[in-house]
Design a protein around this ligand. Sequence first.
Ligand code: GRF
Length: 202
Amino acid sequence: KNIVILISGRGSNMEAVVRAAQAERWPARIAAVISNRADASGLAFAAEHGIPTAVVANKDYASRAEFDAALQTVIDGFQPDLVVLAGFMRILTEQFVAHYAGRMLNIHPSLLPLFPGLATHAQALAAGVAEHGATVHFVTAELDHGPMVAQAAVPVLPGDTVETLSARVLQQEHVIYPRAIRWFVEDRLTIAQGAVHVDHTK
Ligand code: GRF
């Protein structure tokens, strides 16, 4: 299976996915890593690992629709079975999301449905929750609301800051995102009535 990964910055989740795919010999290959920013530091890691990279810069397009159309053309050039959003910081049009329905995953740094949107760690600290975490979900038109594939929780500790809490969550992201993507490429995931079923018998 072909996986295309979209990033906007550091790309540590992309890195975790690439390493897991290699180490665990997934029946899949990372066909490309695409960024909406030329300065995304994750592009270097991808290039060093022999993965084709591309930049589709949103600032070069007058509208969201034109950007998404250009991005879709580049993605589809790699014939993806799965599109993985890994710290891809763009809101996507309904048309784009519909085109990849059932074959686009995102990771969001909160225990959804809590804290959709931005600054999730600050939101969690402000709310005073005892647990925080991350969620892997299929992407649907409503931001951070698609069917959930996996979650990981971490404790919120006394004295936590956005930095300490986000680092604790990120460690778990690097565990659950590769795992969820592996389930997808092994055909273990089905979506029915808005809920994901994971086949653990394979
Ligand atoms: C991660 O926390 C991810 O959940 C969020 O943005 C961050 C991206 O980090 N959507 P990285 O680029 O994968 O290192």
